[in-house]
Design a protein around this ligand. Structure first.
Ligand SMILES: [Zn+2]
Length: 313
């Protein structure tokens, strides 16, 4: 288990009055690009990648570059002996980004931070949101459901696997906030699940995805030494299984990106209700471990492979 965390307290002040948000202007025309870490407080790979860019003094040669840490309150409570406990303080910060929730009366630690950061994200043209996963599996780029999001992710070429999805019924993700989730909007976001939370490979992927993003968006051309993956594979989500019953059991220990050959195969029971695969060669994306299987949460997302021309397999 890799549980080392970077010290981000030197970055508390920020550059423009917003804590833990650093913005650098090149003085030349170009987009505002942002790499964000710690939407979830225990997803330490992104914190390492963003801290490294700050430590190295990376600056844009075109446009504007921002480097941000989101749920710093949850991260500040990170405990090596209980690393899962600090995903959030009050609620999932990646489910609060719909306008009605942001404008509404509800209060939480995460909503307060989201409301504080909202005007900042409104100015971002290209966003890379760095995450990691509950379970082992290959790194995944979550590119949203728009054609523009998929094109953008393919242009980055890292990671190798893309997931085309509209998000969760439990609330909007940052990657879908404002223009990022709208078809035809030129603003784009990619959420990268860099690997299992507590493996060093996730940190390596977070560095690689960050540098590739800065290279491909034109903010820092040549920063990434690694070539993009030549054959990025995409899976389109056709169903998100939201848990209804306190007892939700998978029929076996599925791993992320496992596939099931036949449509109609039972993969889980939600109480007494069987959960079946909706298509042949169905891909199981990030099945939730037992501790995260609670009513209202997403148990697993189910996908269909998609070829480069955009046609479903
Ligand atoms: Zn996350």
């Amino acid at each position: 288990m890799f549980l080392d965390t970077p010290d981000i307290t030197p970055y508390r002040a920020g550059t423009d009055g917003l804590a833990y948000v650093h913005t650098f202007h090149s003085g030349r025309p170009g987009p505002h690009v942002c790499i964000n870490a710690l939407t979830h407080g225990n997803e330490i790979c992104g914190a390492w990648a963003v801290a490294a860019l700050l430590d190295e003094g990376v600056r844009p040669t075109a446009g504007t570059l921002s480097l941000s840490f989101a749920n710093v309150e949850a991260f500040s409570r990170f405990d090596r002996n209980n690393p899962e406990a600090t995903r959030w303080v009050d609620e999932d910060m990646n489910r609060v980004w719909d306008e009605a929730t942001l404008d509404g009366p509800r209060q939480s630690q995460e909503l307060a931070r989201a409301r504080e950061m909202r005007a900042f994200f409104d100015t971002v043209d290209f966003l890379l949101d760095l995450h990691s996963m509950h379970t082992p599996g290959p790194a995944l780029g979550l590119c949203g459901a728009t054609a523009g999001g998929l094109d953008f992710a393919r242009r980055l070429g890292v990671p190798e696997y893309l997931v085309i999805d509209a998000g969760h019924s439990a609330g909007k993700r940052l990657r879908d906030y404002a223009g990022f989730g709208d078809e035809g909007n030129p603003r784009q976001a990619l959420l990268v699940e860099c690997g299992f939370h507590f493996e060093h490979a996730a940190v390596v992927m977070a560095h690689r995805a960050s540098r590739r993003f800065l290279d491909a968006t034109g903010a820092c051309p040549g920063l990434c030494a690694d070539a993009p993956f030549p054959d990025v594979k995409a899976v389109r989500i056709v169903d998100a299984v939201t848990i209804r019953h306190p007892e939700f059991l998978f029929t076996r220990d599925w791993e992320s990106m496992d596939s099931v050959p036949h449509a109609g195969t039972v993969i889980a029971y939600d109480g007494d209700t069987p959960v079946t695969t909706p298509c042949d060669d169905c891909v199981l994306v990030m099945p939730a471990p037992e501790r995260y299987r609670l009513p209202g949460m997403t148990a697993v997302r189910l996908g269909r492979r998609e070829h480069g021309d955009g046609a479903s397999a």
